[in-house]
Write a protein that binds this ligand. Sequence first.
Ligand SMILES: [Cu+2]
Length: 145
Amino acid sequence: MKKILASLLILICTPFASFAQSSDIVVSGEWARPILIAGRPGSAYSHIENTGSEDDKLVMVTSSVSPRLEIHEHTMTDGVMKMGKVDGIVVPAGGSVDLKPGGYHIMIFDSIKKYATGEEIDLKLTFEKSGVIEKTVTVFSKSPN
Ligand SMILES: [Cu+2]
């Protein structure tokens, strides 16, 4: 009986144990623009919240749809909107950042397949402290948020 109780306890406690170690990063509202011709660039967006007490940083994004994803930002220089690669996006402790058109975004280059509105793609977001967060991202022609 003791043995059964012990294993029951392990069963009950295991989900909580893994929950305690789970990420402080919450990714929500993710969406991607369609890529109608393979090889053409695309982009993806999301809201990233850090519920932890330490800053974290999005440092890498990968996907099965392309071997080359980059983290980009848009900047206004002398009235000209430019975009360029950044080495990551800091998500402040207790704060959040938005990846959105005209701001930070995930750039998908050299896509090996095309995908249209309503389809889904996979994204793996790697954070310095929280590790990898996998997301299934729905394709929209404009922001659904
Ligand atoms: Cu870009």
